[in-house]
Design a protein. Structure first.
Length: 478
């Protein structure tokens, strides 16, 4: 949502002379660049457990973070008050931290965006703002969701349904006199169901998360989530732990994109490459996977959890091709890394809150569709594994090695999905896995779940992938 400029100036009780005063104070120690990040976030949540609300509430987070760059040093300080004396003290602290005799750097320039935010270009308008709704008004949706889950499967013995929302007002200003503002909504619904059958117990969780208002809480959404959480439960009760070894792996469309996010996406973030700790640090402009493969990080998808009108440095949200036709063409940049590489920022400067300095982070990361059919990719595998849901991944950025636990999958035998599998790991190396892709289907799906990425700090993201066939990965089974 994009309101008028005065809406944001009034929230934080500042004006342009005050902003200029803060920047000037931040640069008083000889810094080359200073920026301000104001935040006002309203949080709310409700947990419905077996028909009763067991927890819930709301709170507000408010403050300003001030960053000063001087040579290779960064000074950062924050205040939970926007009283002028508190902000000036914060600016002086940042200036002292950044005090450096290093050569002055060009970080923060040139100015990529002078225009004011355009409400007509807003990627996440709200029809029913969360702040204007009472918490009580959300209960019917949660009770409907629980009822639908129980109606769909008689083996359900426990249901936990959660609604969480937040609305964040941000105001950003810097020593290049760029002023940007934004209001970012987020609504997330998650449900966990516990099932019993013949003395055995299984559980499944699913979620949906969008940058939108409370208008997302519809009967159709409750139906979609309830159907999802009871799907494939028969397979989970029947699942086996197969023999392990190296074999072809078909990654199903959608949630398998978390492997792309973790095993490849982080290694494309420019801070890792600038420091030489990423396996891709020396591969810019080189062929890293077969021709025809395009990998994107996108901040422009309407209402997507990872989308942004502006990143947390005031850079417009944009669509960034990291890999084009199999060639590594771009890292994911904030202002610092962009200045280091002599390129334009890609709108990936993100932070958890005003308490943190921005760093390069992903938004919505996915691989574009190919030309194959998913059924044909499976049919071409004599013996392998099909996986469509991962969790608990571990990645070594420097080496590119990864391990992921598989929550849901099937054996592939003779080109057909056969026995469901569980309790297995997929083990591989990111660059090698990219090079070993031998088929990409035409069914790109961006998963709508409540994905959160942790890298020193947490931010909302999303991920996606079409069905992909990798020639060989290690399956950790019996």
């Amino acid at each position: 949502m994009i309101y008028s400029k005065n809406y944001y100036l009034d929230i934080f009780k500042v004006d342009l002379p005050v902003l200029d005063n803060l920047v000037s104070t931040g640069l008083s120690g000889g810094g080359s660049y200073c920026d301000l990040f104001f935040e006002n976030t309203t949080y709310g949540s409700l947990l419905l457990r077996d028909g009763a609300v067991t927890s819930g509430g709301s709170h507000i987070d408010f403050g300003v973070g001030i960053r000063v760059l001087s040579g290779e040093k960064t000074g950062y300080a924050y205040s939970e008050s926007t009283a002028l004396q508190d902000m000036l003290a914060c600016a002086r602290s940042a200036a002292q931290i950044a005090d450096s005799s290093s050569e002055v750097s060009p970080y923060g320039t040139p100015n990529p965006s002078r225009g004011e935010p355009n409400p007509k270009a807003d990627r996440y308008p709200m029809e029913k703002p969360w702040r204007e709704c009472s918490m009580k008004a959300f209960l019917p949706f949660l009770t409907t969701l629980e009822k639908k889950v129980r109606e769909k499967d008689g083996r359900v013995v426990k249901v936990m349904a959660t609604l969480a929302f937040q609305v964040t007002d941000v105001l950003m200003y810097n020593s290049s006199r760029e002023l940007k503002w934004d209001t970012r909504p987020m609504g997330s619904v998650s449900v966990t169901a516990v099932f019993t059958q013949e003395g055995k117990m299984e559980n499944k969780s699913t979620s949906r998360s969008f940058r939108t208002g409370a208008e997302m809480l519809t009967e159709a959404l409750a139906e979609e989530i309830s159907a999802d959480v009871v799907s494939d439960i028969d397979a989970r009760f029947q699942a086996i732990r197969p023999k392990g070894g190296k074999m072809p792996v078909v990654m199903g469309a959608g949630a398998s994109g978390i492997l792309l996010h973790e095993a490849m996406g982080h290694a494309f973030e420019a801070d890792f490459n600038r420091k030489g700790t990423s396996i891709f640090s020396d591969k810019m402009g080189r062929q890293i996977c077969p021709r025809g493969i395009n990998i994107i990080d996108d901040g422009t998808i309407g209402q997507n959890r990872g989308s942004l009108n502006y990143d947390d440095e005031g850079i417009p949200g944009q669509k960034t091709y990291m890999v084009e036709d199999g060639v590594l063409t771009s890292y994911l940049h904030d202002r610092l890394s962009a200045a280091h590489y002599g390129v334009k920022p890609t709108g990936n400067g993100r932070r958890e809150s005003f308490r943190y300095a921005p760093i390069p982070r992903m938004r919505a990361t996915y691989m574009e569709s190919g030309t194959a059919k998913a059924s044909d990719l499976i049919a071409g595998v004599k013996k392998g594994i099909y996986v469509d849901e991962f969790s608990n991944g571990q990645v070594k950025i420097g080496e590119g090695d990864f391990t992921f636990f598989v929550k849901s999958g099937y054996l592939i035998e003779g080109g057909r999905l056969t026995a469901p599998v569980k309790d297995i790991n997929i083990i591989g190396n990111g660059p090698q896995a990219l090079a070993d892709i031998i088929g990409v289907a035409d069914d790109l799906t961006i998963d709508p779940g409540a994905w959160t990425c942790g890298k020193e700090q947490s931010v909302p993201v999303s991920c996606g992938i079409p069905t992909v066939l990798v020639k060989s990965l290690t399956v950790g089974g019996e």
